[in-house]
Design a protein around this ligand. Structure first.
Ligand SMILES: C[S@@+](CC[C@H](N)C(=O)[O-])C[C@H]1O[C@@H](n2cnc3c(N)ncnc32)[C@H](O)[C@@H]1O
Length: 272
């Protein structure tokens, strides 16, 4: 059953198996990870040495998309599967453009909560919140978000590097549809998603097998499968592209990215 909790509780951090938030932190060069995370991370990097670069390219897409949304007038953000805070964080980017912006972060990993609580201290009351909640529990996500955001007004909902952990049979599309139905017209969906389109079937089978062996799920979709998440939304220019191709003019290139691809599809789409 998905868990949903407010920030009061302090669930235990499980260091016996790898967790996506901590593996991603390891890929980004962070220190908030454990040997189990590094071990699986290294197995993945042995199959695809550019994974740390790809993680940075994905993060750079989030930064550009946030800037773009803020300049479109969006001042409410709901970031689901937010990950361990990595500067600059979404709220910093949004509030740079729009100081009044309010941001709710959600993740299901207690390690993210521990760091998010530190982040929340010292920020103006009511501008920022974190909810420890599983994205499958869309009603709980929305109820927790509504404490900070006015859901009758446009919100940008980010599912950045999240959906590739959720299989169709585990409700990935129902999850996106639930947010679509709940959002006010003028809201945006921000998606990025690792894909198998640029790797051999053999490497993908090895990577998926290593994930499964550690109790993790990988749902690597093709471009067409990714695009289905946008049904009912209107993608903004340039549509579905690789993360590094989405408005590159809005940020600096990631050092070392030239000549490499992120293997990550990205899109920002509007609910009309
Ligand atoms: C690869 S990280 C992405 C972090 C951030 N969105 C970014 O792109 O920089 C994926 C995050 O999704 C979280 N996550 C995975 N499945 C989740 C679920 N069902 N509900 C909420 N969070 C989830 C993980 O804990 C992790 O922090």
């Amino acid at each position: 059953m998905p868990e949903s909790q407010d920030t009061g509780a302090a669930p235990k951090i499980d260091t016996s198996k790898p967790h996506p938030a901590r593996m991603y932190d390891w890929m980004l060069g962070g220190k908030d990870n454990y040997p189990v995370d590094e071990e699986l991370g290294r197995q993945m990097v042995a199959l695809e040495p550019q994974l740390p670069l790809m993680a940075r390219m994905n993060r750079a897409f989030m930064r550009r998309a946030t800037r773009w949304l803020a300049t479109q007038g969006i001042d409410q953000f709901l970031d689901i599967g937010s990950g361990i805070p990595t500067e600059p964080n979404l709220h910093q980017l949004a509030q740079r453009e729009r100081p009044e912006a309010r941001v709710v972060y959600c993740d299901r990993d207690p390690i993210v909560m521990a760091h998010a609580e530190a982040l929340l201290r010292g920020t103006p009351e009511g501008a920022l919140d974190f909810a420890l909640v599983d994205a499958h529990d869309t009603a709980a996500v929305l109820a927790l978000a509504a404490k900070t955001l006015d859901l009758s007004l446009p919100v940008a909902v980010s599912l950045v590097a999240l959906l590739h952990f959720i299989r169709d049979e585990d409700g990935a599309h129902e999850l996106v549809s639930a947010f679509k139905d709940a959002l006010a017209p003028g809201s945006y969906l921000v998606l990025s998603h690792f894909t198998a389109d640029f790797h051999s079937a053999e490497d993908i089978a090895k990577a998926s097998g290593a994930y499964r062996a550690k109790g993790l799920t990988a749902a690597l979709r093709t471009r067409a499968e990714f695009s289905r998440f946008l049904d009912g939304f209107e993608p903004v220019e340039p549509g579905v592209v690789l993360a590094e191709q989405w408005h590159p003019e809005l940020g600096e290139p990631v050092p070392g990215q030239e000549g490499h691809i992120s293997s990550t599809y990205a899109a920002v789409a509007r609910k009309n």
